[in-house]
Design a protein around this ligand. Sequence first.
Ligand SMILES: Nc1ncnc2c1ncn2[C@@H]1O[C@H](COP(=O)(O)OP(=O)(O)OP(=O)(O)O)[C@@H](O)[C@H]1O
Ligand SMILES: [Mg+2]
Length: 338
Amino acid sequence: MTRRGENRPAGGVAKAPWAGVRLHVVTGKGGAGKTTVASALAIALAGSGRRVLLVEVEERQGLAQVLDVAPLSYEEQPVATGPGGGKVLAMAVDPHEALMEYLALYTKIRRAGKTLERIGAVDFATTVAPGLRDVLLTGKIFEAVRRRAKNDFVYDAVVVDAPPTGRITRFLGVSTDVAGLAKVGPIHRQAEAITTLFRSRRTVVHLVTLLEEMPAQETIEAVDALWRAKFPIGGIVINAGRAPMLRHKEVVAVREGAIDSESIGKELSSVGLDNEVTAQLLLDEGNDYAQRLVLERRARRMLHRLDRPIFDLPLIEGGVDVAGVHELAAELRAQGAA
Ligand SMILES: Nc1ncnc2c1ncn2[C@@H]1O[C@H](COP(=O)(O)OP(=O)(O)OP(=O)(O)O)[C@@H](O)[C@H]1O
Ligand SMILES: [Mg+2]
């Protein structure tokens, strides 16, 4: 664990208590890096001989972009190899196909799916009724986690690029509502089994955030909502961080005005630059930067109070390409996330 408030990566500490976990749900504020981190985590978890399924639920083809592969479909397909030679497969859950599969599995009428499709019920269910859409998406995740071939699970882990913090608790909890509506029968049993899995020690919900006040605050609120709904919280991933260029002592010096434009001017003239305006600009910039570091430290302190494992991922200059995702995966492993 990093010391409280300290602005440095928490590298090298084995701190992820999710040995038996089979479902990793990755949420976070919009744009904080959910898709990137879910991809990196799936690769990190694909150790030797392991099979990991990466799941997209938002129909946006975000994973295909990050992993630089053809658009994903309902068919699971290999997309990456882990550091230990494990395999990452990926799929995009299409609620329409999930409903057809569901009807085939759970109804006695073999052609129910086709009939419902003809009368427009499938479109209604998958597009007009958003709650039902989530039932189908979470149902497919549940199926993938539990799928067995012979005596073994097909996947050692399933990683979900999940909806953002504002929607995650409802998304994961949708089956609880269904179980309440259908009081008996196969739908009730299935909904109860999903709720049980999502609240069990086999599941963790990770939160991706940036080191800024608003995303940190949103993370804290999401953790609270998830916790109250009894979903297990995994790690907090602080994404796209930069190593601080000033030490704490220096931040204090800048903020206390111990460094003034005159002393900077002297330093500038000692290297042959003699310009008061430059000195003032540098000082202003230093002040802004010191202020940002103070805010980052505050955000980090807030996140540390959640008392969950914290993982720090660096900002990759120039954006994240496939090599960048592998770099982030290696970082997650080094910090004990997999
Ligand atoms: N560590 C990083 N370093 C540099 N760029 C990053 C990093 N992580 C993510 N990005 C970039 O930030 C952008 C948003 O990332 P990503 O798509 O993973 O976020 P998201 O949370 O899934 O967004 P959305 O809410 O839209 O689904 C992308 O352009 C991605 O390449
Ligand atoms: Mg995304």
